[in-house]
Design a protein around this ligand. Structure first.
Ligand code: UD1
Length: 428
C-alpha cells in the first residue's frame, strides 16, 4: 500500500487542469449498457473507480478499453445479461446504476449490494420505490439484489428525498419504459444533466434534467456515439480550497464556473479573490480570511463532497465557524485525524463547531474515505513540517494524478510505498 509524504507550508501557484467528473463518468459508463452499441466516452478521469467499472463491463461480456488520455471505447453489444453476484459491485457506490441500466435493457439484474465510502447508512429505498413504480419487482437475499420486470411502464414518481443516484437510476430504467415517466423532486446535480445529455445524444427522450421535474418519454432503441464527460467540480473545488488554505494563487482550467458557484460564493465571502475567465477561474489569496458558516445541501447548495476540505480551511481561519452536514450522517470521521494536526473542532451529531487556529501542525493521518482523504492532503499542504497520509487508496478512487498536480503547483509531496524507507529529504 502507498502513502503520501507532504511537507506543508508552501504557497501553491500555477495552473491546474481539471479532469472529467468522476460522478458523471460512473453514471455514463453503465448507461452505455442501454445502447447495446459502441460508445466512445471521452474526458474520463483515469482513476480507480473508472477502472473498476471497465472491469465490470468486461465481466458482463462487453468490451472496454481505456486510453491514458481518458477515452474509453465501449462495446456493450455482446452483453447478454446483467448478472454480477461476485462482489465486484462492492468496490464502488455507483454500481447501483447497473440496476437501472440492466433493468432497462434486459428487464432483469442480479448484483451484490453496492459499496463505496462509509459515510452513513446510504439506503437505496428511493431507487427501489422509483423502479417498482415502473413495474420492477425486487428480491434481496444474502446481500444480493435481484430486480426484474415483465414490462416497464412509465409512471409518475415523487422522490421523498432528493437523491442523485435514485434520479439517475430511474431515468435510465425509464428510457425504454412504455409511455411517459415523470420524476418529481428530482436531483439537479450537473451529473444528472450530463447523464441525461449522454442518453439523449444516443437517442433517448429526456426533458427537464437540471430542474426538479424530469420527463422521460420511452423510446424503442438507442444507438452508439461519442460523448465527452463534463469537468469534475469536486476536484476543481478541492484545488480552489487548496489555494485558499495555502494562501496561494491558482488558475483552475477546464471547468464550468457555473457548477462551482456555491464554492466560489463561500470563498469570496471569506475574502478570497476569484476571477472568472470562460472555462477557468483564478483563485488567489489577498487578505486575511474571515470565518463563515456552511450547510451542505443538494445542488445548487454547498456540496457535501467539499464539506471536508472546507472544514480544513475553516480550521485555519481565525474566529468561529459552524459547518452543518445535512446530507450524510457520518461525514465527520476525518475530524479525529484533523485533531492530530491541532485543529480545534467540536462535533455534535451533524454539526461541527470550528475555532480557527493559526497553523495546523504536521502529523501521521489516515484517509477515512475518498473526500476525507483529499481534505487531509489539503490540510497537510497547509501544515508546518512533514506529514504522512496513509490509506490513500481511498483518494486514488477519485482523484487523478493528485500528487503530480499538486507538485506542479509547487507542493512538496511524494508517493512512497508503506514499507519504503522514507525521509523528509525525499520530497525536497
Ligand atoms: C452521490 C455521489 C456522492 C455525493 C452524493 C450527494 C456518486 C457516485 N456519488 O451519492 O459523491 O456525495 O451524491 O451529492 O455520484 N437517500 C435515501 N434513500 C435513497 C437514496 C438516498 O434516503 O434511496 C439519502 C442518502 O442517505 C443521503 C441523500 O439521500 O442522505 C442523498 O443521497 P444521494 O444523492 O442518493 O447520494 P449518492 O447517490 O449515494
Amino acid at each position: 500500500m502507498a502513502k503520501l509524504l507532504i511537507e506543508g507550508g508552501n504557497r501553491l501557484r500555477g495552473k491546474v487542469n481539471i479532469s472529467g467528473f468522476k460522478n458523471a463518468a460512473l453514471a455514463i459508463i453503465p448507461a452505455t449498457i442501454l445502447t447495446g452499441s459502441v460508445c466512445v466516452v471521452e474526458n474520463l478521469p483515469v482513476i480507480q473507480d473508472v477502472i473498476v467499472y471497465q472491469d465490470i463491463l468486461k465481466k458482463l461480456g462487453g468490451e472496454a478499453s481505456l486510453s491514458d488520455s481518458g477515452t474509453m471505447v465501449i462495446d456493450t453489444s455482446k452483453i447478454q445479461a446483467c448478472n454480477l453476484p461476485n462482489g465486484l459491485t462492492k468496490k464502488l457506490r455507483a454500481s447501483y446504476y447497473l440496476l437501472g441500466a440492466g433493468l432497462g435493457r434486459f428487464k432483469e439484474v442480479t448484483i451484490s449490494y453496492p459499496g463505496g465510502c462509509d459515510i452513513g447508512l446510504r439506503p437505496i429505498d428511493q431507487h427501489v420505490k422509483g423502479l417498482e413504480a415502473l413495474g420492477a419487482v425486487f428480491e434481496v437475499n444474502d446481500g444480493l439484489i435481484k430486480v426484474s420486470a415483465e414490462k416497464l411502464i412509465g409512471n409518475k414518481i415523487y422522490l421523498d428525498v432528493v437523491s442523485v443516484g435514485a434520479t439517475i437510476n430511474i431515468m435510465m430504467a425509464a428510457v425504454f419504459a412504455e409511455g411517459k415517466t415523470v420524476i418529481e423532486n428530482a436531483a439537479k446535480e450537473p451529473h444528472v444533466v450530463d447523464t441525461a445529455n449522454f442518453l439523449n445524444a444516443m437517442g433517448a427522450n429526456i426533458r427537464g434534467a437540471g430542474t426538479d421535474v424530469i420527463r422521460i418519454t420511452g423510446v424503442q432503441e438507442l444507438h452508439g456515439g461519442t460523448y465527452s464527460v463534463i469537468p469534475d467540480q469536486v476536484e476543481a473545488g478541492t484545488y480552489m480550497i487548496a489555494s485558499a488554505v495555502t494562501k496561494g494563487d491558482l488558475i483552475i482550467n477546464n471547468i464550468i464556473p457555473k457548477h462551482l458557484e456555491p464554492v466560489t460564493a463561500k470563498l469570496k465571502e471569506m475574502g478570497m479573490s476569484i476571477e472568472e475567465y470562460g472555462d477557468s477561474l483564478r483563485v488567489h489569496y489577498e487578505k486575511e480570511l474571515v470565518p463563515v458558516n456552511i450547510k451542505t445541501l443538494p445542488y445548487p447548495g454547498f456540496p457535501t463532497d467539499l464539506q471536508q476540505p472546507m472544514t480544513v480551511l475553516l480550521s485555519t481561519v481565525k474566529g468561529e465557524s459552524i459547518v452543518i452536514e445535512s446530507i450524510f450522517e457520518n461525514r465527520f470521521r476525518y475530524i479525529e485525524e484533523l485533531h492530530k494536526m491541532g485543529a480545534n473542532i467540536k462535533v455534535e451529531g451533524r454539526v461541527a463547531a470550528i475555532s480557527g487556529i493559526e497553523k495546523l501542525k504536521s502529523a501521521e493521518v489516515k484517509a477515512t474515505d475518498l473526500r476525507a482523504g483529499a481534505a487531509l492532503v489539503v490540510a497537510c499542504l497547509a501544515a508546518e513540517g512533514v506529514s504522512t497520509v496513509h490509506d490513500i487508496y481511498h483518494i486514488d478512487r477519485g482523484y487523478e494524478f493528485i500528487e503530480n498536480k499538486f507538485m506542479n503547483l509547487g507542493a512538496k509531496i511524494r508517493r512512497v510505498e508503506d514499507d519504503e524507507e522514507n525521509s523528509a529529504e525525499m520530497i525536497r
